[in-house]
Design a binder for this molecule. Sequence first.
Ligand SMILES: [Zn+2]
Length: 371
Amino acid sequence: MSGSDFEYVRMMRLAIAEARKGVGLTRPNPPVGAVVADADGRIIGRGYHHGAGLPHAEVNAIADCGDVDLSGATVAVTLEPCSTHGRTPPCTDLLISRGVRRVVIGAIDPNPKHAGRGIGLLKDAGIEVVTGVGERECKELIAPFASAMTRHRPHVTLKLAMTLDGRIADRNGTSKWITSAASRSFVQRLRKGADAIMVGSGTAIADNPSLLCKARGRAGRAWRVVADASGRIPASLALVTDKFADRTIIATTDDGAKRLSRTLPEGPSVWTIGRADDGRIDLERLLERLTEEHDVMELLCEGGGKLAGSLLKGGFVDRLVLFYAPAIMGDDRASPAFSGVDNLLADSRLAVAARTIRTFGPDFAVVLDLL
Ligand SMILES: [Zn+2]
């Protein structure tokens, strides 16, 4: 790498840190960050996209520079600048009109209609364009957006907390708490980035979870989804009675909807989704509808084992976050982390694109991105 390559990587790191401030807030747009450096490499502006309808990262970073001449400046941005009129004017126009010297880009726009267009316009205007800097992290930042854009369904993260022998609840159904407070605070970070948080009806009944994000100002922002084919959840659950009950969706079948219409209080929405071939909720349809109707880009599923099994079997899991506590139940009656997949050894291997292992207090977590 040359000296300037290091400089671009350094700038992109800062741009990524800016982008992270917007994670979970920008739906249906992706989180994007940008920084501006002057001809001597001094950072003179930073910015990120705060939310739909608000200025893009490049606009905020350039505004942060004030009135200075940008003719020698380099702008690093995590995503290819937009080139079409959306709710705001195109950022390519701004970069060209301010006469910046160079634009360093992390990820290309995943929208096939726009991909590469912004780069072409900048180059035509005589601006030097450097692509692929910090690309892996920049692509990861926009994976939920890219999923909604190209697959019309959310990026799905499946999180489960289990013992070393793969059990998520004991034979009495007790699952609070298998993992430590340190692990659970990381789960709060996952919730912060999610547009919807889903559990199966068994988990909703056994744990009565609120599924709320505890971060300031975030409670009630994400949709809460319960997959409940038979419509069996009781009206007493926090999810359907608390002050965010209108942010709860019960996904069910015709029969389930009839039952729920008699039992549920006002507030939560009931979606009649229908069954897949395995008799369980049609998850493909549910995921599509969440993106269609509510712009859900990132869905976090927090169990239980049956829903985890259905998601895995259907090929809907993009990222697995598996927490392991140093504990063993060794009891066939305890609930397994995944059920109903019924793989033989020959079929059981996952196609893994990336993997990391992290420790949280006494626990460790395996993070796998699936192909
Ligand atoms: Zn833009």
